[in-house]
Design a binder for this molecule. Sequence first.
Ligand code: UDP
Length: 329
Amino acid sequence: MAKKRVLITGGAGFLGSHLCDRFIKEGYYVIAMDNLITGDLRNIEHLFKHPDLEFYHHDVSKFVHVPGELDYILHFASPASPIDYLKIPIQTLKVGSLGTHNLLGLARAKKARIIIASTSEVYGDPTVHPQTEEYYGNVNTVGPRGVYDEAKRFQEAITMAYHTFHGLETRIVRIFNTYGPRMRLNDGRVLPAFIGQALRGEDLTIFGDGSQTRSFCYVDDLVEGIYRLLMSDYAQPVNIGNPSEITIKEFAEEIIKLTNTTQKVVYKDLPKDDPKQRQPDITKAKQILGWEPKVSRAEGLKITYEYFKSLPTEVLYQRDHKSFDGYNK
Ligand code: UDP
C-alpha cells in the first residue's frame, strides 16, 4: 500500500521539524514546506537523505501547489515569538490569514484532513484562569501582539467556516508555551533567552517583576497531543499544554540552578500587553484524546539545556532578533 502523504508547513521550524520527525517515524511520506524566515534547515538536515522527506522552499501566504495526493495537512508556519511579531508584523498577519486560506483550499482540493496550529494567545491577557476552550479571550487588537493573536483568531474562524460550509475535516489545536531542542536561541522567548544568557555569562533579564506566570510543555508531549488530535474526529478547538504553572521569577531561579551560573537576575520593563497569567485547562484533551503531558519540567529542561550547550559558539553570540531592542522599552 502506498504511504500516506502529509504536508507540514513551517516544517523547518521548532514545532514543524519535530512533527516531521514524528510523521517519518510513523511511516508517512512527509512534504515539509517553509519560507525560512524564522525556520532553519538545520532543524531537518538529519532527514535530508531520508527517502520519505521532501522539502519545498515556499511562502504559504502565496498560492500553494503540491503535486500528487495529500492525506493530511499540518499548518504550523508562523512566527511565534513576540519579538518576531514586532519585527515582521505583516508576514505574521499574512501567514495566519492568507496562508491559512490557501491551505484550506488545498485541503479541499486534495480531500485532505487539516490541522491548524492555534495558540493560547487567542485568550490574550486572560481574565479566566486556568483557560478553558470556552473562554473567548481578552485581546488588544491594535497592540504589539494583535498581529499574531488576531491572525490566529481569524485562522480559527476561517477553519471552522470551511468545516461547517464545505464539510472539510478540520482540527484546531491551541498550543500553550512549549519548549525543547531546536528553539531558536535568540528568538527572545524566555527559555532560550535565559539559557543563552547563562551560557554567555550574562545576567538573566526578567521583564516586569517576574510575578507573571506561564506553563511550559515539553515538545515531545505536545507532538503526541497534536498527533492524537489529528487522528481524532473532534473539530472544536482543543488546548494542548502542560498545566504545571510557574512564575517567571521562579523559572529564572530554576534556570540558574540548572546551568550553575553565578549570574544574577536583572529587571527590565514589562512589554505591553504581556499576559499576567497563563495555564491550560486540559480536561478536554484528557477526555477526548486520553492525553496528558508526561515529561516533567526538570527532565525537559535538562534535555533542552544539553541541546543549547551543544550548539557552536558562534550561534550563541548571533544577536539576530535580539539586536532589535524595541521590545521591552
Ligand atoms: N520574559 C522575561 N525575560 C526575557 C524574555 C521573556 O522575563 O528575557 C518574560 C515575558 O515578558 C513573558 C514570559 O517571560 O512574561 C514569557 O515570554 P515568552 O516571550 O517566552 O512567551 P509569551 O509571552 O508569548 O508567553
